[in-house]
Design a protein around this ligand. Structure first.
Ligand code: FES
Length: 125
């Protein structure tokens, strides 16, 4: 598989991302730092092909009770581990590419490694 050098790991702080375009005519790949682990996602939302990796990095809202209970407490789980598409707000787990509302939907992920001090993404064309 072809490889793309993204940069050094310290160029992407925790909670940040860098978008690289190793192939022409495509949206590119977003490389994310989630708690000092690096993940790469295709910058193309599986919903309507929006620029997924330019969206907000966030968490998912979790309630301890159903809304009908009235006293539910809502907390933010997986803070910094979720990417929200800027077009229609679908959310995906950065580490797996899994869509939160429909687990059958995934955004493509790519392997990331550190070689000679550089972040490297392997991609297919
Ligand atoms: S294009 Fe991403 S949610 Fe619609």
């Amino acid at each position: 598989m072809p490889k793309c050098v993204v940069g050094t790991p310290d160029e992407i702080a925790p909670g940040q991302r860098k978008i690289v375009v190793p192939f022409r005519g495509r949206a590119g790949i977003g490389v994310f730092n989630v708690n000092d682990c690096f993940y790469a996602l295709r910058n193309l939302c599986p919903h309507k092909l929006g620029p997924l990796c330019t969206g907000a990095v966030t968490g998912r809202m979790v309630a301890d009770l159903p809304p009908s209970a009235g006293d539910e407490v809502v907390t933010l789980a997986q803070d910094g581990e979720i990417i929200r598409c800027p077009w229609h707000l679908w959310e995906f787990e950065i580490a797996t590419g899994r869509c939160l509302v429909d687990h059958r939907v995934r955004v493509k992920t790519y392997p990331v490694s550190i070689e000679d001090g550089q972040l490297v993404v392997e991609y297919d064309d």
